[in-house]
Design a protein around this ligand. Structure first.
Ligand SMILES: NC(=O)c1ccc[n+]([C@@H]2O[C@H](COP(=O)([O-])OP(=O)(O)OC[C@H]3O[C@@H](n4cnc5c(N)ncnc54)[C@H](O)[C@@H]3O)[C@@H](O)[C@H]2O)c1
Length: 366
């Protein structure tokens, strides 16, 4: 008997996750819902194994084994808490909540429930990024001097999405923050961020920026640079570079990397540029959904226990992002947002001290 998985939110990523889940051999049925009835109809028409639920409450009491929450960010906190109260293992899209305060509160409430809560930082399942992490962990690169993580979106989401997103640091750069922290198994201690607007005015109207760079100082002394934009006309450019005292590796360099190489006599990369995150990370999303199903059935190993502190970055191999890890990502995003607003470097321990009260949330890696 396979799993029945609920999917709440059937927009860009939720519809994609529903398709991915429906194609997994471990999944028999889907129960789907969205605030927009047309999105439900489109999904049930497309997927013969999907049936509709009127709303999240109906879905959570429809006999599902687990739920994937992929609705708009402002709904995440409430839906995670509802799912956990119903005893349903949960994978929620990033971020946990719009604000660091709400994120900390959600993590505090789910911490001791025994119901697994995982957050959708899918890059952990990208084969090259996982290999980069293994190279760092194996000492192949010596000590790590520099990590660069890049997320350049080809075109911005619509104004309604941006207004509800929490801003570029909480919505977009969080992927990079999770990746570099997980990759290095190291905590960010200081953040300096700068951003700007040259695109549509709707970013500035909601206090957001369309492009930013963030300098991260890690406890080890490694320095990280994260670059993000909503306007990268050549394509979806998501890359990672890790430089160490004895070697350097990259992830995300393939024929579809959207850059024109002007080096004479060198025509790499020569393929069709990646168009969007769906095509660039299709395999990673499939691996992420498979890992979540394995967590539900008990087949998963790494970081599969209830909301373990520290288990995510310490576990070997790709591991779903725990609620604790996602809260650390939220701390970095909060520090970046404050830094960009004040033009000052922000210490992450100042943010933690303000919002994260319990030792469990502060996450000694036990
Ligand atoms: N991991 C990733 O790579 C990735 C990529 C894109 C988006 N996301 C995250 O996924 C979430 C959705 O993003 P998107 O791009 O699909 O947005 P979207 O606007 O395309 O879709 C959001 C959907 O949620 C629905 N919705 C809103 N409130 C709801 C509610 N209370 N109950 C049920 N449905 C509701 C909307 O009707 C819409 O269909 C965001 O939190 C975003 O941060 C993650």
């Amino acid at each position: 008997m396979g799993l029945t998985i609920g999917v709440i939110g059937l927009g860009r990523i939720g519809g994609f996750h529903a398709d991915t889940l429906a194609a997994l051999p471990t999944v028999d049925h889907l129960v789907v819902t969205d605030a927009d009835p047309a999105a439900i109809d489109a999904t049930t028409a497309r997927l013969s194994t999907a049936r509709a639920a009127a709303d999240a409450d109906a879905l959570l009491s429809a006999g599902i084994d687990a739920v994937v929450i992929a609705s708009a960010t402002p709904t995440h906190a409430e839906l995670i808490e509802k799912a956990v109260a119903a005893g349903v293992p949960t994978l929620c899209e990033k971020p946990i909540a719009l604000s660091i305060g709400d994120s900390a509160e959600v993590v505090r409430r789910v911490a001791d429930t025994g119901v697994p809560v995982r957050i959708g930082y899918n890059r952990r399942f990208d084969p090259a990024m996982a290999a980069a992490r293994a190279a760092v962990a194996g000492g192949d690169l010596g000590f790590i001097t520099t990590v660069r993580s890049t997320t350049l979106d080809p075109a911005p989401p619509p104004p309604g999405y941006i207004a509800a997103s929490g801003g570029i640091f909480r919505d977009c750069a969080v992927h990079d923050f999770d990746t570099v922290r997980w990759l290095l198994d190291d905590e960010v201690v200081e953040v300096y961020a700068a951003g700007g607007n040259q695109g549509d005015p709707y970013f500035a109207e909601v206090g957001d920026v369309d492009s930013a760079s963030i300098l991260l100082t890690f406890a080890s002394g490694t320095v990280g640079v994260v670059s993000v934009t909503r306007y990268n006309g050549r394509g979806y450019d998501c890359r990672l570079e890790v430089h160490g005292s004895t070697d350097s590796v990259v992830a995300g360099w393939d024929d579809g990397t959207p850059v024109r190489n002007l080096q004479p006599g060198n025509d790499f990369p020569g393929g069709t540029p990646h168009a969007f995150f769906m095509d660039r990370f299709a395999d990673a999303y499939r691996a992420e959904m498979t890992a979540f199903c394995d967590t539900v059935t008990g087949a998963g190993s790494a970081a599969s226990g209830p909301n373990a502190t520290g288990a995510g970055i310490a576990a070997s191999g790709p591991a779903l992002c725990t609620a604790h890890d996602a809260l650390e990502v939220a701390v970095i995003a909060e520090a970046a947002s404050r830094s960009a607003a004040t033009h000052q470097p922000i210490r992450t321990d100042e943010v933690r001290a303000q919002y994260i009260s319990t030792p469990r949330q502060q996450g000694s890696p036990t």
